[in-house]
Design a binder for this molecule. Structure first.
Ligand code: SF4
Ligand code: SF4
Length: 180
């Protein structure tokens, strides 16, 4: 989960600086691009920013997380257990040395570029997740060609985002809830 710029990562990693750099630049697991919610421990529910449940019925909060700021997590020192333990596929590969930090940062930048393209012009106020999950366009074969093309292009752009996130960030293509 996204760290503050001056925070020290707590994973037992051979390359902690790389892990910190990657997460500071990223934030996709907090901002709703990767997941719709994050699970909570029962003891954490009273300070959660929102309330929902996992498919199994356990406590969770909605993503994007309102505690995420431009500087990173605003409650970094007291963040939730899932925020401490979650490590996406890319972070695991970078800390294992399987992917270099420059390549890791490039994958984050590409994810952000694809998301910006896919959400351009989406309804004001919609979250990244909502914009990316609008679903396939309703295409009228004899309809308005201009708006249909725009809708189809945005749908294809959303698919490109999902493919990039599945390939580089998600673990087993899991997308509904964040779990460690
Ligand atoms: S998605 Fe991965 S790289 Fe990005 S902030 Fe979360 S753990 Fe770090
Ligand atoms: S509390 Fe929110 S911003 Fe902080 S690490 Fe967890 S999900 Fe991210």
């Amino acid at each position: 989960m996204r760290r503050q710029d001056n925070a020290v990562p707590d994973e037992d990693s051979g390359q902690p600086d790389d892990a910190a750099r990657l997460c500071v630049e990223c934030g996709l697991c907090c901002n709703g691009a990767l997941f719709t919610h994050a699970k909570l421990e029962p003891s954490e529910t009273d300070r959660a920013p929102s309330s929902t449940t996992t498919p199994e019925g356990g406590p969770a909060f909605h993503l994007p997380c309102p505690l995420l700021t431009d500087a990173g997590c605003s409650i970094y020192e007291t963040r939730f257990g899932i925020c401490r333990s979650f490590r996406c596929a890319l972070l695991r590969r970078v800390t294992a040395g399987e992917v270099g930090i420059d390549e890791g940062l490039a994958r984050v930048a590409e994810a952000k570029r694809l998301i910006a393209r896919a959400t351009d012009g989406a309804p004001t106020g919609a979250t990244i997740a909502e914009r990316l999950r609008l679903g396939p366009p309703t295409v009228s074969l004899d309809g308005d060609g201009g708006s249909t093309r725009t809708s189809a292009q945005q749908y294809l752009a959303s698919v490109a985002v999902d493919m990039h996130l599945d390939r580089h960030f998600r673990i087993r293509n899991k997308r509904f809830g964040m779990a460690s």
